[in-house]
Design a protein around this ligand. Structure first.
Ligand SMILES: Cc1ncc(COP(=O)(O)O)c(C=O)c1O
Length: 445
């Protein structure tokens, strides 16, 4: 195979990777462990490609953790941001500016396919803040304080969203002071032996109903769910799961909150949100990441009736809904529509999935390739029969793919799921490149 397009391009940096890494180690709170055995330093991005300090080109199939949606430095996005910055950068949402209401209307319109009643937006700086605010709205609306989240979920890093996160590696031994109960995720690959996927989905719905009956006062504020768990390892539920879960939540008077921070903005292909794929009507949708293409933004979108629970209670965000944020997110929607990127995500995503399914058949270490559109996970195991997670092989694969010019991520409770979530502008050629590199890297293990 062509030794990946590790093309040399001129993008020099005077700061050596060692010097940059040393400064960071000394002065920055540790981030999740180094991704590669030799750290990578990025100095430039262009659409679906990144360039390191030596000018080496990479296909970015992680997109800043599913965040770069329309492409690094997309010219339309840059020009809209620059145009607004030259007018003015920041005042306060307490003053009127033309774009806030206009963008809110446009974003709500995009969510009508998920629920035509979603029409009121609140803007924040991040997905964590959006989820935190959604929880507050749910408490105000229902008068309840009990929440149900899914095991393997990730909802953010504020106090409430840490409490809603169902993964031990992301939890700290501190009381979060919130009433959150965790239901079984519909993680079909790891279902009990002898159960069909449908039976397993039904057992997960039963588990949720039972959890509500036994661990809550019978009434809940809300059920939080990612349509496909992202950080938790691209866990993609059976089609029967969410309709059943929705019914159980509604019986308990709870709101259904769809966390679209990763799955939104067309990532799952064709539809704007991931929840549309499952045919249930969320009461609240939260978004972030891809909505700004890297410009910080978070959004909570809900119905007027639910939003009115916030009436008379002051709520404020210094940067949320600011003019540059609105310009950046507006440009994302422009490009998404003009370049039909959700359709592209479906088309290239299903082509790539076809290639990855072939790897699943051929390699003993590929337990399962799963996902939708360009939200893809590849679960790496010691061997297919026993399905024992192989995080050390996943880590090696990250290094091997990087050496060959491909950047991917890693997640899952055991750290053994490769995450392939490129910008939505990738082509079939990029998909072939990614699949070739993965194939070659698996062979080199
Ligand atoms: C599904 C989901 N929700 C919420 C968040 C938190 O978003 P942020 O990091 O912007 O606070 C993330 C981040 O990865 C996420 O994947």
């Amino acid at each position: 195979m062509k030794k990946a397009a590790a093309v040399l391009d001129k993008a020099p940096s005077s700061d050596s990777t060692e010097a940059v890494a040393a400064l960071r180690q000394r002065h920055v709170l540790p981030l999740p462990g180094p991704m590669y055995s030799t750290p990578i330093q990025i100095v430039r991005g262009q659409m679906q490609y990144l360039f390191d300090e030596k000018g080496r080109k990479y296909l970015d199939a992680f997109a800043g953790v599913a965040t770069v949606s329309i492409g690094h430095c997309h010219p339309h996005w840059l020009s809209k941001i620059e145009e607004q910055m030259r007018q003015y950068f920041h005042t306060t949402p307490l003053y009127l500016h033309p774009s806030l209401g206009a963008f809110a209307k446009r974003l709500a319109g995009k969510l009508h396919a998920a629920n035509p009643e979603l029409e009121v937006c609140f803007f924040t700086n991040s997905g964590s803040e959006a989820n935190e605010l959604a929880a507050l709205i749910a408490k105000n609306f229902t008068g309840c304080h009990d929440f149900v989240a899914l095991r393997h979920a990730y909802h953010g890093r504020t106090l409430m969203t840490m409490a809603l996160t169902g993964q031990s590696n992301w939890r700290h031994s501190t009381p979060y002071g919130q009433s959150v109960h965790f239901a079984k995720a519909c993680y079909t690959y790891r279902r009990p032996e002898g159960q069909t996927p449908r039976q397993f989905a039904a057992s997960c719905v039963d588990d949720l109903a039972d959890l509500i009956k036994t661990s809550t006062p019978g009434k809940i504020a809300a059920f939080y769910a990612e349509p496909i768990n992202g950080v938790g390892g691209v866990i993609t539920p059976e089609p029967e799961y969410f309709p059943g879960a929705y019914e159980a939540v509604k019986k308990a008077g709870g709101l259904f909150i769809a966390d679209e921070v990763q799955t939104g903005v067309g990532r799952t292909g064709k539809t704007f949100t991931g929840i549309e794929k499952w045919g249930v009507r969320p009461d609240i949708v939260t978004m972030a990441k891809g909505l700004g293409n890297g410009y910080p933004i978070g959004a909570v979108i809900t119905t007027r009736r639910i939003a009115e629970a916030m009436k008379g209670k002051l709520h404020y965000n210094t940067f949320g809904g600011g003019p540059v944020q609105m310009a950046a997110a507006g440009a994302v929607l422009d490009v998404l529509e003009k370049e039909k990127l959700a359709d592209n995500a479906a088309e290239v995503g299903s082509y790539l999935m076809g290639r990855l399914k072939k790897l699943e058949r051929e390699s003993a270490h590929v337990g399962e390739a799963r996902g939708m559109g360009l939200m893809i996970g590849v679960e790496i195991v010691k061997d297919q029969k026993r399905k024992e997670p192989a995080p050390e092989l996943a880590a090696k694969l990250l290094d091997l793919t990087k050496e060959r010019g491909l950047l991917i991520g890693k997640g899952g409770l055991a750290g053994n799921v490769l995450r392939v979530k490129p910008p939505l502008c990738v082509t079939r050629r990029d998909a072939d490149f990614a699949a070739d590199v993965l194939q070659e890297s698996l062979a080199a293990l």
